[in-house]
Design a protein around this ligand. Structure first.
Ligand code: NDP
Length: 453
């Protein structure tokens, strides 16, 4: 058994040692999950719903503990971490309504009647990244449990603490042993075993497009069901007829939220050329106003990056000769700090403009008309998120329909809402999470013909 030392990204001090699961332990957990799932699917829908609600209430009662744990483990500002714990509660509560509404259909056919059932797919392997350990766990977990599946979750090696605690709360809530297990460990060991084990019937993966591709290949061997939430390089498109004050005031939060470690980060700001200078003049104080610092302080808006290695990765996009237009602040000394950074003008072939940086770095590029804005937004292999700022409803609709991306906001910087489907076009993923239909992704439709003679 090996252990991993969790490091507080704001202080670089060790937080805790976590034992890493082995491939053999993963197999044992999967076997437990197979047995537990057989019993869980038989739990009456009303009782499954009640257990999910009790689980949600326990998470709610532990908001302070979970958010403090996330702040220490991931460096998330405590206000954001509280929102993230609240998201787990809300997502569990939202999908607690599903077990009692999972009805099939009846289809009249010659010679009898056909009825359909939604059967749980079985054991689900949930592979979670380090950027949003709590919300992303809940997006797969809640609908899977509601559907009658068992879940074996692998948190990211760097950020397992909140998932481990949420696993304990599930047991305390009365979710039976084996229905939800959390296995900290390496992707190449635990994650890979979840992909390779034939008894795991579905993988829900959030992370890099590169690993997503490997997982898709692994799943193909078993024709295993798969949901992928991958990278992004989303555009924040600002037209001259927009409320420029609001567009500029919110643009930092559309990209620097979670220190830019966000697949929905709108990391390319595209601005209509006629208002570029005015927009930049408004953006500068907005960027400098982002409160970067101690994540345990209530007023902090942006914390550190997750690790020293990740800070090096981000910094590589901003070499000494990079066109830095302006920057925000960041603390000096211990901690993996990186200041909010705005690059402009940037050539269209610069890696800062084309690659997902996953840090607090944004480019600003002018466009001349609507057609060019859409073409620029789409000139990327990704298609996850995006925002459009305009005073024209017609333009908002035209541009929203033209941008090849799964989640768009108009005159708002919001991105993920649990009531609405979330997922990507192109290389940003496969399938959708959240929203009213998410439970269906954890079921198989079975049709049964009943002869009438
Ligand atoms: P990865 O894709 O490497 O990791 C995501 C999860 O997959 C982790 O739990 C990881 O485990 C696991 N994993 C890694 N390799 C395998 C494997 N062979 N089989 C099964 N599971 C595996 O992302 P990173 O966390 O390293 O981040 C790198 C980049 O990914 C970021 O810079 C960003 O571009 C993107 N990303 C996108 C996210 C999104 O929300 N769309 C979220 C996070 C990252 P382990 O803990 O060992 O790494």
């Amino acid at each position: 058994m090996t252990t991993h030392t969790i490091i507080n990204p704001a202080t670089e001090l060790p937080v805790r040692q976590v034992e890493q699961s082995t491939a053999e332990q993963t197999d044992e957990a999967i076997e437990r999950a197979v047995k537990a799932q057989q019993r869980w699917r038989e739990v009456a829908p009303g009782d499954r719903a009640r257990l999910l609600r009790r689980f949600a209430e326990l998470v709610d009662g532990h908001t302070d503990e979970l958010s403090a744990l996330e702040t220490a483990n991931s460096g998330h500002p405590v206000g954001a971490a509280r929102w993230e714990a609240g998201q787990v509660r809300d997502v569990l509560m939202y999908y607690s309504a599903a077990p009692e509404r999972m009805s099939g259909r009846q289809i009249p056919v010659p010679g009898g009647l056909d009825v359909t059932f939604k059967e749980p797919v079985g054991v689900v392997g949930l592979i979670v990244p380090w950027n949003f350990p709590m919300p992303i766990l809940s997006w797969g977990l809640a609908p899977a449990l509601a559907a009658g599946c068992a879940v074996v979750a692998k948190p990211a090696e760097l950020t397992p603490l909140t998932a481990m605690r949420i696993g304990e709360l599930a047991l305390e809530a009365g979710i039976p042993e084996g229905v939800f297990q959390v296995l900290p460990g390496k992707g190449a060991v635990v994650g890979q075993r979840l992909v390779d084990h034939p008894a795991v019937r579905k993988i829900v993966f959030t992370g890099s497009t590169e690993v997503g591709r490997q997982i898709m290949t692994g799943c193909a061997r078993h024709v295993k069901r798969l949901t992928l939430e991958l990278g992004g390089k989303s555009a924040n498109i600002v037209f001259a007829d927009a409320d420029l004050d609001r567009a500029a005031a919110t643009a930092p939060y559309a990209v620097f939220d979670n220190a830019g470690q966000d697949c929905c980060a709108r990391s390319r700001i595209l601005v209509e050329a006629s208002v570029l200078d005015r927009f930049m003049a408004l953006l500068e104080p907005a960027v400098q106003g982002v409160r970067v610092g101690d994540p345990a302080a209530a007023e902090t808006e942006m914390g550190p990056l997750i690790s020293a290695a990740h800070r090096e990765h981000v910094a590589a996009y901003v070499p000494d000769d990079a066109p830095v237009a302006f920057r925000g602040s960041a603390p000096q000394g211990a901690g993996f700090w990186y200041p909010p950074t705005v690059l402009a003008p940037v050539p269209a072939d610069s890696i800062a403009y084309t690659e997902e940086i996953f840090g607090p770095v944004v480019t600003v590029t002018p466009f001349t008309d609507e057609a060019e804005a859409i073409a620029m937004a789409n000139d990327t292999p990704y298609g996850l998120s995006g925002s459009i700022w305009t005073g024209s409803v017609g333009r908002a609709i035209r541009v929203a329909r033209g941008v090849e991306t799964g989640n768009l906001s108009v005159n708002s910087h919001s991105s993920v809402r649990y009531w609405t489907p979330f997922g990507g076009f192109k290389q940003s993923g496969l399938g959708r999470e959240l929203g009213p239909d998410a439970v269906d992704a954890f079921t198989e439709v079975k049709n049964v013909f009943i002869a009438n003679n």
